[in-house]
Design a protein around this ligand. Sequence first.
Ligand code: PMP
Length: 441
Amino acid sequence: MLIQKLSRISLIRSPTKFSGIHRSSVGLATKCCSKESRRSLSSNHWAQFEMAPVDPIVGLNEIFQKDDYPSKVIVGVGAYRDDVGKPYVLPCVREAEKKMMDRKLDMEYSGIAGDPKFVDLALKFVYGNDSIPILENRVQGTQALSGTGGLRVFGELMRKHGHKHIYVPNPTWGNHIPIFTNSGLEVRKYRYYDSEKSDLDFLGLIDDIKSMPAGSIILLHACAHNPTGMDPSMEQWKEMSETIKKHNILPFFDCAYQGFASGDPIKDAAAVRMFVEDGHLISMVQSFSKNFGLYGQRIGALSVVGRDEDEAKRVVSQMKTVIRPMYSNPPRQGARIVTTILEDPRLTQDFLDQCKGMANRITLMRTLLKDKLAEVGSTKNWEHITKQIGMFAYSGLSSDQVMEMRENHHVYCTADGRISMAGVTSGNVDYIANAIHDVSK
Ligand code: PMP
């Protein structure tokens, strides 16, 4: 009895004993972390790591944040801002979130290919409800970690299936190059833009398609080409479609701005739909970052048009073998938001109105910027600012002029002279026009 009592006491007291040991081990840890002991470690696995350069687009924001000039302006990063320069959450997104909260949804894993309902709605959104391959179930896809993740999965999928290279326009969105290089593909460029004329280099583009080896992949920006804002006309798209078909090239569409270019998602999908009608067995990545304003939700889709349902499903099964060891399965919230909107006709209409509102504000800012440049005395031709479409204006400023604008006026755009029109507001347009004029006169 006495022994039992004593052992119970020692058990109760043991935490004190342990906490004593714990204290001394904290002391040990502190010793281990001292500068001297770190220096005396036999090998340091991190010493050879150099500081990586900042990302040319995302890093611009970090530089901007450090600038304490009161009238500083950033027109670098491609995210929409309202007319007072604030981030904008679409009201239809807020409403969808409320609906989702009320449903008390679970937080289970989604499948490797994501939410099938979302994928179905996303594909219909771009290919069209009445698209023949959609009706024949020949279009299949997976949810993607927005545009970037879909591009990466596509790159790896194609590399695994024998492709060695991919053609991208010159210039293209900066991240395309490391995404495909990291997928193990050689990135080749085709002519796209004539900087002298600030216009599409259509003859160069067609010539380059003709010299691509049969079976190559060509990346096409579905609309609102980033960074030039210069899209082919429908006649030019037609000629591209015919040439691509004749030379047996695989068209891969990057659709990051559907609805954001013209304000009408159907119009912005016209090139994609024409290629599909022309019989191309295309592949496509969609992003819902810009049009739905869901940047941080990382929501997109990767799809393929097959000769028949079985073929398309086989390709998707291979996409899943790329996804599973890469990130296992995608997050749920963004897919649920898009699904809640697109399955509800009223919320869909609200989305269409709100997306058009964003596109209209950008178009208005293009006109305003061009007019202000004339007003402040610039005699240069700025016609391309209103000829271009989408989020970006490819100003034609050289990298030296960009740096001068940064240093002297605290106006930040990317080194290639790309101005995010979404960052231009009625409050800062005069200031930006003055800065551009000053460095370009
Ligand atoms: N493709 C293009 C052409 C883009 O401009 C962007 C965004 N800047 C993306 C893909 C990817 O964006 P996200 O990953 O946010 O969807």
